[in-house]
Design a protein around this ligand. Structure first.
Ligand SMILES: [Zn+2]
Length: 453
């Protein structure tokens, strides 16, 4: 437990006390999606765990500007467009829309701004030009590259300079004319038929890493507080961001605290498209698992650690969540007199737990301890749970699904699945069955309500 908020900073490999650069404001950036496919559960882990973090920072009084980029120009998008024989713009619009719908469904409401790379082309070109002027960039047949031999610091975040097996190898820019093996592309000259922006450095499009630094320089300036992302982005992506921005500005560090989330594993294997062992968020939702079950599952592991996904584990989260809701719906009815002091004291302990590198799983088990023990009365417990929920985002105060027997819940999830599959005949049959068992479902704009008949 910790009086002061401490993060494990990937840059120093240590837990450090959090102190924003500018008092009263925290600038936080997390790498967003490349919009060429549906959101995978592994990405949802990162986005939800950073949602907990942003919510927590706000709950303890920080004013947070939470920025996330959308990579809407990239080889992956162009390749997908070729595969589907569609215009690249159609592809990126389709998957951006799907991404934002998933975000909303998953209860991720902490992001202040989503910044599309294509809205920052002048800023990107300006960064490339400054790197050229300072002698960090050189031109070969297919674009402008960053010269790693000019940056003596390169590798300080990942503590290495060479690629390893697990790196995002598809995103290494290969060209035999490169000066150093690891040199990465800043500006790619466009081939016929590819998206292109006109510029006096050559008509082309941005490399991947420069998108993020152009966006953050415009929105935050050349230095900021927190940069987050999945652990697989440390190298080369985040290392490249440091190389670019620190070379341009001459100011170090680009980012004060680097936070990285651990992998989501599927049945103890690393999740990945190549292995075909991945689930999209939509697939999980369509199976009838609510966003609260998914959030509860991600809350049960520390953000830095890998988390193993199995349906057994997700079901365990689902059951625990339902139990929690049932307990709280009972406590809500309590008319006992609340003592503010008791609530404040218990909340202080919650803050101390989370302050230790955002230990959400420990905070969650602390909530269970509070509910089981009798240092608080039921009315106080209920109020405290709602306070925790500002960080957890589990909708614990929502009334709808209360005291509903397991049998009915099963039917409800089956009905939801049928509705999502647009099988309305089956959905209506299930609704009738639910009615006969004494419950009514009312469909609402956001989800549905269940009442006793
Ligand atoms: Zn990024």
């Amino acid at each position: 437990m910790s009086e002061k908020l401490r993060f494990y900073n990937t840059l120093s490999r240590k837990k450090e006390v959090f102190k924003p650069i500018n008092k009263g404001k925290v600038n936080m950036f997390v790498c967003g999606p490349t919009v060429y496919s549906y959101m995978q559960l592994g990405n949802a882990k990162t986005f939800i765990q950073f949602d907990f973090i942003a919510r927590y920072l706000r709950s303890i009084g920080h004013k947070v500007f939470y920025l996330q980029n959308i990579t809407d120009i990239d080889d992956k998008i162009i390749n997908r467009a070729k595969e589907e024989e569609k215009d690249w713009k159609e592809i990126k619009e389709k998957y951006e829309k799907a991404f934002l719908e998933n975000v909303k469904k998953l209860g991720i409401n902490s992001v202040d701004k989503y910044a599309r790379a294509t809205d920052y082309i002048p800023e990107i070109i300006s960064q490339v030009k400054r790197l050229i002027k300072k002698g960090y960039a050189y031109k070969i047949s297919d674009g402008w590259y960053f010269d790693l031999s000019k940056d003596k610091d390169y590798g300080k975040l990942a503590r290495r300079t060479d690629l390893e097996l697990n790196d995002a190898v598809t995103r290494i820019d290969e060209n035999k004319e490169k000066r150093n093996k690891g040199d990465f592309c800043l500006w790619k000259f466009s081939k016929p038929g590819e998206p292109v922006w006109k510029s006096d450095i050559g008509n082309g499009r941005p490399g991947w890493h420069i998108e993020d630094t152009a966006i953050t320089e415009k929105e935050f300036g050349s230095q900021y507080d927190i940069h987050g992302g999945g652990i697989d982005l440390i190298f080369p992506h985040h290392e490249a961001e440091i190389a670019q921005m620190e070379s341009i500005s001459g100011k170090k560090p680009l980012v004060r605290y680097w936070l990285h989330t651990g992998f989501l594993e599927i049945n103890n294997e690393k999740m990945g498209k190549s292995k075909k062992n991945f689930y999209t968020v939509n697939e999980i939702l369509e199976l009838g698992y609510s966003s609260e079950y998914i959030r509860y599952f991600f809350l049960s592991g520390h953000y830095r650690k890998p988390l193993n996904f199995t349906f057994e584990n997700l079901d365990a989260a689902k059951n625990a969540y339902e139990k929690l809701k049932n307990i709280l719906s009972e406590f809500k009815k309590s008319k006992e007199k609340k003592n503010k002091k008791n609530i404040d004291l218990a909340y202080k302990q919650f803050v101390e737990i989370v302050n230790d590198d955002l230990n959400m799983p420990k905070a969650l088990s602390y909530l269970w301890d509070i509910l089981r023990e009798d240092r608080l009365n039921n009315a106080e417990k209920y109020e405290l749970a709602l306070k925790f929920d500002e960080v957890f985002g589990l909708d614990l105060g929502r009334e709808e699904i209360v005291s509903v027997p397991a049998e009915i819940k099963e039917l409800i999830s089956k009905r939801e699945a049928s509705r999502k599959a647009k099988d309305f005949v089956t959905a209506d049959k299930i609704r009738e069955k639910i009615n006969k068992l004494g419950f009514i479902i009312e469909d609402k704009e956001k989800g549905f309500a269940v009442k006793k008949r």
